[in-house]
Design a protein. Structure first.
Length: 417
């Protein structure tokens, strides 16, 4: 029986061991070569060790996972750039730290003075007739509640007064009658009085009618409230139909301010919010007020909504239709804010440049919340403590777009890795 030499068997065992070691070490080598760096201008190029990009010569930066901010590769048309310290100084580049702080500011909107609709009366008799005489003769005249406005003659009213007097006498004569007859007389008297009340004859006029004991051919119409006459349609001798408007009276001791607020600012306005109302016609005098109503509708032409404020006007210094400027106070709790000079509105997104690793200026897309003239609230895109470009921002943005355009033109298929 042939046997293999011992030396040959040992050689075969050694080869098998080497082969097994080679297979098991391959994954280790692949892991060691995993990409850890990339080019800021060409994010598709990656490397397992630091160095320079073969496309543009920029220093590679370490790839970091996670985070709240978006990388430069996610903003079309912009790339991260590197500016030497002397160049930063030359263009006056300034960085500011993103921090938490209360957002304090204001919203300025035009306003106009209007009548208080809850203090407005229209005199339109519920009966037809003729105007016999006027006690209030012109528009703008001040009147007090209960003051005579005009007298009228109305056949319908004369008949109603006569019916009431007959029912009243019938009730008085039924004192010794049976209970049923007395109750019927009382019902007729109440019905006749109710008819006069529905025709807006006041209690004082009804009392005078009872004392007088006879109907008269005219009725005195009085002011239902104190204020100023803003409309006068009554003329002596004029005939009028039931419901026809003869006078309008408004109380000017309390007025409304209707502020016109842009639709983008309306979500920042709340009921009870403090505001300052300034009147240029009064030498810039300011009045304190607060928001009492926010209209649920927008003007389709101006894209603005109406916000109402109220002002006392005891001295009648304010007049309807006066122009005003309304400044609403804005104040929030501590939020992450960014200077307004650090943000570029591209039309489709908000972009800021963050000072990243190795002094790379990285473009970031940010989501903006509330805004004031100086600061914007940051909802997403930038973390507290990061530094953003606040001065020479447009020069940095132009450089970023230029390098992105050059990179797009110079990149060829063989450069893609």
């Amino acid at each position: 029986m042939n046997r293999l030499p011992f030396s040959l068997i040992a050689l075969l065992i050694a080869l098998a061991a080497v082969s097994g070691c080679g297979e098991s070490s391959a994954p280790v080598e692949n892991v060691a070569k995993a990409a850890a760096f990339h080019c800021p201008m060409h994010p598709t190029y990656t490397s397992d060790r630091p160095g320079d990009c073969p496309i543009c010569g920029m220093s590679l930066v370490r790839i970091t996972g996670g985070g709240e901010s978006k990388s430069a590769a996610n903003i079309p048309g912009r790339v991260a750039i590197v500016l030497a310290p002397e160049k930063r100084q030359l263009i006056g580049l300034t960085l500011s730290t993103v921090e938490k702080r209360p957002l304090i500011g204001s919203i300025r909107s035009p306003g106009v003075v209007t009548h208080d609709e809850t203090r407005y009366a229209r005199i339109a008799p519920r009966f037809g007739g003729w105007v016999k005489s006027l006690q209030v003769n012109f528009t703008g005249q001040a009147v007090q509640a209960g003051e005579p406005l005009f007298t009228v003659y109305s056949p319908e009213l004369f008949t109603a007064e006569t019916d009431y007097l007959l029912a009243l006498r019938n009730l008085q004569h039924s004192t010794n009658s049976a209970a049923a007859q007395k109750e019927s007389a009382r019902h007729l008297q109440n019905t006749a009085r109710r008819k006069l009340t529905l025709l807006e004859v006041g209690d004082n006029e009804i009392k005078e009618l009872e004392e007088r004991g006879r109907a008269v051919d005219e009725l005195q119409v009085r002011a239902p409230m104190s204020g100023h006459v803003i409309t006068k349609a009554a003329v002596q001798g004029q005939a009028f139909e039931p419901g026809e408007m003869l006078y309008e009276i408004a109380d000017l001791s309390h007025l409304w301010i209707q502020a016109s607020v842009h639709e983008a600012d309306l979500p920042l306005i709340t009921l009870g919010q403090k505001a300052t109302v300034t009147f240029p016609a009064l030498g810039g005098r300011a009045f304190e007020s607060s928001v009492s109503f926010i209209s649920p509708h927008l003007d389709p032409q101006t894209r603005r909504g109406q916000v109402r404020l109220e002002l006392a006007n005891a001295k009648h210094e304010l007049r309807p239709e006066m122009w005003a400027t309304v400044e609403f106070e804005l104040r929030t709790d501590d939020v992450i804010v960014i200077p307004a000079s650090a943000v570029i509105d591209t039309g489709t997104r908000w972009v800021a440049f963050v000072n990243g690793e190795m002094n790379h200026l990285e473009p970031r897309e940010v989501k903006i919340g509330q805004r004031t003239d100086e600061y914007f609230e940051v909802l997403e895109g930038i973390r507290e403590g990061e530094k953003v470009v606040t001065r020479a921002l447009f020069l940095v943005d132009s450089e970023s777009q230029l390098k992105a355009a050059i990179s797009a033109m110079s990149t060829t298929p063989e450069h893609q890795h």
